[in-house]
Write a protein that binds this ligand. Structure first.
Ligand code: ARG
Length: 572
């Protein structure tokens, strides 16, 4: 049990001991939520505001605080003070240091892991790229938020299923085949990959402006794909292969992988039963020839299920996908990590699932995130305001390499470290803010080694590793925890102690940035501690305690970075 939880349950017990008759007193969980870390150490290590109790006890908060101080006794707390309606706790710093370090060091890479997810399944739909389009920074957030959430849920003991819901269906593929047959070649596609597919698509639209009949040809090719025509199908699946081959390079760099690539086309033969249910439940109405689910009661536009020509839509495939996922994986939660622009799409989708009578509709969550722009400009492929992820990652690595060449030219495996740092900078810049916030990507910010950045946290981790390498050469005695009672060490210990809560909170709020924030705070607290205190001190027992704190810090930073998909080099 971490210290805050313990103080909360002791406070709850103290409350019922002091006022055994009182009704409506908060329990340990609620108290836990009310406990705060005061802004300065004179006010204690933790503070509990008594205001919430005033009504139940019909007493003024300062009086309540005074009465609680009387009843509070425990060896972990050196002193409790009542100040202006607050209960201020001063920890027994020696005990706190010893316990926190034991908890962190005993857990190793599993610190903060739990079995709260045992027997439960979370499906995560993320990245979900579109075939024959290049992977640009607009798809970075979905990829990294999804990847991080997957690791977080794994850490908490859930079974996770990561799904890349490929955009691989629609008339555009007919147009692309048409363009390929007219102006393309197998060699060009093999060599240029997605770039060539994009070129063909653009070419198709240019030509179709002059010769509108092309549109019909494109549609005819798509019809062939739908009808299972062998040639059409084989070109279409080859386009998929080419796209996935190009994308695999980016996924490899980012360390991202998927359990399933079941995309939109996968649901071709799975929509019929869903449409049957909609019919049986009388949910379908015809509007201008199209079959729709009316959502006017929910103040939403109708959800279109079939177009007037009978063709399925994005919604139809998503309905089939949700049902398939529930039937196949029996998920307890299905997360869709998709930009907030698709907010309406998902609200409609979930509402239709609810109307179909699926109780699990409430377990579907749209994990929305903000827009990304590039150095102040909106991403726009046509205007050339677009940054391809592969180029971005390449440049990031080059920049990191240049900095390493300058600052630590003697470092072994420079290219490898440059890869870890370059990618880490980009990923950190993407995951450091609340996900719903719009992001303006800037090279300046992403590759700054100081301040709140990926390289800064990685650098602190490497610094810990370096201290530990030096310490290894010494044979240190049992640690003396009295060496960790200063404010800097205690501030760091508090952050380490609450890290498991941060992981849980990040899962509950689908918010990897909480972990990015926590590792940054830990790095800053460690550096403060490092500058204020000599770690490898002449007093060997004190040195031993500081080394243990360093080791705990390294472990937590490494685990935290792992959970947000960033590597932690040991030297840089
Ligand atoms: N391919 C879509 C896009 O790039 C995202 C798909 C998200 N997942 C889903 N099940 N709709 O916008």
């Amino acid at each position: 049990m971490d210290m805050m939880t313990r103080i909360a349950s002791l406070t709850a017990a103290c409350l019922t001991d002091t006022w055994p008759e009182a009704q409506g007193l908060p329990g340990a969980d609620e108290i836990r939520g009310l406990l705060a870390v005061p802004p300065n150490p004179e006010m204690g290590d933790y503070a509990f505001p008594c205001f919430r109790l005033a009504k139940a006890l019909r007493m003024a908060p300062p009086k309540i605080a005074l009465a609680l101080v009387e009843g509070w006794h425990h060896e972990d707390v050196a002193r409790v003070e009542a100040v202006n309606g607050y209960l201020n706790f001063f920890l027994n710093r020696v005990n706190f240091a010893g316990e926190t370090l034991n908890a962190v060091l005993a857990a190793g890479d599993h610190y903060g892991a739990s079995d709260e997810g045992a027997g439960k399944t979370v499906c995560l739909d993320y990245s979900s790229i579109n075939i024959a389009k290049r992977f640009h920074i607009g798809h970075l957030s979905t990829t990294m938020i999804g990847h991080s959430l997957r690791r977080i849920y794994d850490h908490l003991g859930y079974r996770t299923v990561s799904i890349n819901h490929l955009g691989d269906w629609g008339t555009q593929f007919g147009k692309m085949i048409c363009a390929y047959k007219k102006w393309g070649s197998r060699e060009a596609v093999e060599q240029q990959g997605v770039n060539e597919l994009v070129r063909l698509y653009v070419k198709f639209h240019e030509e179709a402006e002059k010769e509108p009949a092309l549109e019909d040809e494109g549609r005819a090719w798509f019809k062939k794909i739908e009808d299972g025509d062998e040639e059409a199908r084989s070109i279409w699946s080859w386009f998929k292969e080419i796209t996935l081959r190009d994308t695999a390079r980016v996924y490899d760099l980012l360390g991202v992988s998927f359990d399933s690539y079941a995309g939109e086309s996968f649901y071709m033969d799975k929509m019929e039963p869903v449409i049957d249910v909609l019919r049986e439940k009388n949910l379908l109405t015809v509007s201008q020839g199209a079959s729709v689910v009316d959502l006017s009661e929910d103040d939403m536009p109708p959800c279109i299920i079939l177009r007037s020509d009978g063709a399925s839509l994005y919604h139809t495939r998503d309905l089939a996908a949700a049902v398939y996922r529930q039937n196949t994986y029996h998920f307890d939660k299905c997360l869709y990590v998709v930009a907030y622009q698709q907010d309406l799409h998902f609200r409609q989708l979930f509402r239709v699932l609810e109307k179909m009578g699926y109780p699990w509709a409430k377990d579907c969550v749209h994990v929305a995130f903000g827009m990304i722009s590039y150095e102040g400009q909106a991403l726009a492929t046509r205007k050339g305001h677009v940054v391809y992820l592969e180029d971005l990652l390449e440049q990031a690595q080059q920049k990191a390499l240049a900095i390493i060449e300058e600052k630590s030219p003697e470092l072994p495996n420079k290219a490898e470290v440059a890869r870890q740092v370059g990618i880490g900078a980009v990923v950190y810049a993407d995951l450091c803010n609340n996900r719903i916030k719009d992001i303006d990507f800037s090279w300046e910010r992403a590759l700054n080694f100081d301040g709140e950045t990926g390289p800064y946290v990685q650098y602190t981790h490497a610094r810990c590793c370096s201290v530990l390498r030096k310490a290894e050469a010494l044979s240190l005695p049992e640690p003396d925890m009295n060496a960790l009672t200063d404010d800097e060490a205690q501030a760091l210990l508090r952050l380490l102690g609450r890290f498991p809560d941060v992981i849980r909170e990040a899962a509950n709020r689908y918010e990897p940035s909480l972990i990015t924030r926590a590792v940054t705070d830990i790095a800053q607290a460690y550096n403060k501690f490092y500058y204020e205190h000599r770690i490898l001190d002449d007093d060997a027992a004190a040195a031993s305690a500081r080394v243990r704190l360093t080791e705990a810090t390294r472990n937590v930073i490494r685990t935290g970075l792992y959970l947000v998909g960033i590597e932690a080099p040991e030297r840089m």
